[in-house]
Design a binder for this molecule. Structure first.
Ligand code: ADP
Length: 644
């Protein structure tokens, strides 16, 4: 996901121009004041064709290039890990998909070059200093495995379900680098799959911004030169390994591509970066002779993997692997002009046709290509899987998704109970569980109020909002009704960074409602944990939401979600039913400010007038199974289906 920068320094609040507000009272209004009816178009290239020519980057990289360091290139070959079992029977559905892909790749395969070959012409070779320094010292990856923490306890599935090997390829992963939900999933799902008897390798870029505490534990696993661009330019690919909780993390090392302070910068740099990453990830698997049953890719940054696999890697051992592409957020697609993507990816001309990568007249869409070539497409909730096939949510790919709907599935995300557990969370002032939540949550609320400079009052209804501050998250609804929410008995706590207009609007409200509104315009994990624990309710009024993790975390912390019924929010939050006293939160359907205000008012009414029922909902939420176990099992079943 090409998200905004994840880490921003905290800025002082300052008064700014007042945002527009909805004048209506608690009742639903028929027309929202600040409501855009259409989702924004998919991530647009920031520069035009003439601005960025392949040649520009070439010039830059060549001037930086250093000669290949012998130490880095001449290490012993990594041990082969595990071979994939022969796979002959696949479902009819998958066969059909492959027939399509095969047709498209037939031409390419004759031209296909070996993916990663050692070469001496290496103008762009550039191992990181650490890789070179570490190389001689490292015996083998086994050393790390020995020193790694003990693996998680195996579940029953671990023994009864057949073993499968899976390579996860994605652009971010907690705790190394995270800008949003993708980072959480890339960490938690592999861990959960290990318990389902999967052998998992996670392949990530080795960004310079990964904290040193992890960098220093990485072990050099090997390196080679890889042809990438259309003109045959080759690049250094280093593999640095880290084993943790039974999962092997292999970081693709190349200082030239991954030395920015943030994973995502701008498309001018990100397009070459993720063309390189997709190909290098496959080349690294080949190099390590680790042939997985499944290659599971995530979002546009690794969407070219299935395309490479069925074109340039078709004559390698990897070709037996099945591919899954998971859409975590359809808004980000990796679109750029065809000449640039063609140059950097080095992919054959025929994939730049309208059924695969081409969009409009002159652009290529990396996600679209991956969707065409993947054996299975998943997205992170059932509802979102349906929504994205409509024009409103489809981000211009709805027709393409409808065409591939036979291979589209929705599997909802979970949360990692090791990280998100109020009973053991060491970032909290007071730990708690379902038996003492009512008392201890009050204590967390008091501490939160004190820490954030709010009026200390147990009786105030505290609403939290933890979010990227972007157009997706429904913040225009929030900023337009906030004055009506501020009734003297309510406090609002915002944590997030993003678009300037939202950051300024929340700063304005902090200034206007001093003591009752706190806007933390920053990215801060500890503060996030404390808000989940100290708030009474959490707001997620998204315009669209593939799954959403914040409402899941909130429920697990006994914080009642107030959400819009879209995507994963609809699938995970059952609306409160006052007659049967059931449900997990408060919901509204249409994207209208008045309906959000109405949902907040219903929550307040229950909180202030029927605390008994509110408290029961708090406990119900904490009791809900939101772990990864169920979803990991669904993924495992999918892997088994694909590789029967
Ligand atoms: P998205 O992936 O669209 O950003 P999700 O709800 O799926 O949204 O995931 C958001 C994740 O990022 C959650 O773990 C949330 O706690 C975290 N997060 C979002 N903003 C911040 C922030 N400013 N500080 C700390 N954590 C944040």
């Amino acid at each position: 996901m090409s998200k905004e920068k994840s880490v921003k320094a905290s800025e002082k609040s300052k008064p700014i121009s007042k945002p527009e507000t909805v004048e209506s009272k608690a009742k639903p209004v028929t027309k929202p004041v600040v409501t855009e009816s259409k989702a924004q178009p998919a991530a647009k290239p920031v520069a035009t064709e003439n601005k960025v020519k392949p040649a520009t980057k070439t010039a830059v990289t060549e001037s930086k290039a250093k000669p290949v360091t012998k130490t880095a290139v001449t290490e012993s070959k990594a041990e082969p890990v595990k071979k994939a079992p022969a796979k002959k029977d696949v479902t009819a559905e998958i066969k059909a998909e492959e027939a399509n892909a095969a047709e498209a790749t037939a031409k390419a395969s004759s031209k296909a070059k070996p993916a990663a070959k050692a070469t001496k012409k290496s103008p762009s070779a550039k191992p990181t200093k650490a890789a070179v320094e570490k190389a001689p010292a490292v015996e083998s990856a086994k050393a790390v495995e020995e020193s790694a923490p003990v693996e998680a306890a195996p579940t029953e599935e671990h023994y009864t379900s057949p073993r499968r090997s899976v390579a996860f390829i994605g652009s971010e992963c907690y705790p190394f680098v995270k800008t949003g939900g993708l980072g959480d999933v890339m960490y938690a799902l592999p861990k959960a799959l290990v318990k389902q008897n999967c052998d998992v390798k996670v392949i990530l870029p080795r960004y310079k911004c990964i904290p040193w505490e992890y960098q220093e534990k990485m072990v050099y696993r090997g390196s080679f030169q890889m042809d990438l661009c259309a003109d045959g330019r080759s690049f250094y690919v280093g593999i640095m390994e880290y084993v943790w909780d039974g999962v092997v993390y292999d970081f693709i090392d190349n200082e030239e591509f991954f030395s920015d302070g943030n994973p995502y910068t701008n498309l001018v740099d990100d397009i070459p970066k993720y063309c390189y990453f997709a190909k290098a990830a496959l080349a690294a698997l080949n190099y390590m002779d680790w042939i997985p049953d499944i290659i599971h890719c995530h979002d546009w940054q690794s969407a070219l993997v299935p395309v490479y696999l069925r074109t340039q890697f078709v004559n390698t051992k990897l070709t037996t692997a099945k591919t899954i592409l998971t859409i975590h957020n359809l808004r980000f697609q990796g679109i750029y002009n065809i000449p640039t993507i063609r140059y950097w990816s080095g992919l054959p001309d025929h994939v730049f046709n309208k059924d695969v990568l081409k969009v409009k007249y002159k652009d290529a869409n990396m996600l679209k290509g991956g969707l065409a070539y993947a054996n299975i497409i998943t997205t992170v909730s059932q509802t979102y899987a349906g929504e994205i096939q409509s024009a409103y949510y489809g981000e211009t790919l709805d027709a393409h998704l409808r065409y591939h709907s036979r291979k589209l599935r929705g599997i909802v995300n979970g949360i990692d109970y090791d990280i998100w557990n109020p009973d053991t969370d060491d970032r909290l002032h007071e730990n708690y569980n379902i038996t003492n939540v009512l008392d201890k949550k009050k204590e967390n609320k008091r501490q939160l109020q004190e820490e954030l400079g709010l009026v200390k009052d147990d009786h105030k209804f505290v609403i939290g909002l933890i979010s990227r501050l972007t157009n997706q998250k429904g913040l225009d609804l929030v900023t337009s009704i906030l004055p009506q929410v501020m009734d003297g008995h309510t406090q609002v706590v915002v944590l997030g960074t993003g678009d300037r207009n939202y950051e300024d609007a929340f700063r304005y409200y902090e200034h206007t409602y001093k003591g009752d509104v706190c806007s933390s315009i920053m990215y801060d994990e500890t503060r996030a944990h404390r808000i989940y624990a100290g708030a009474d309710a959490l707001l997620v009024p998204s315009r669209f939401e593939p799954c959403g993790l914040t409402q899941l975390i909130a429920m697990h912390y006994g914080t009642v979600p107030i959400v819009r019924e879209t995507g994963g929010l609809k699938d995970t939050v059952e609306p409160y039913n006052m007659y049967f006293n059931t449900g997990n939160g408060f919901t509204f359907d249409r994207y209208e400010a008045g309906l959000l205000l109405d949902a907040i008012n219903r929550a307040k009414t229950l909180y202030f007038e029927n605390r008994w029922c509110w408290d029961e909902m708090v406990q119900r939420d904490m009791d809900k199974d939101l772990s990864w176990e169920k979803s990991a099992k669904q993924y495992k079943d999918l892997y088994l289906d694909l590789t029967r």
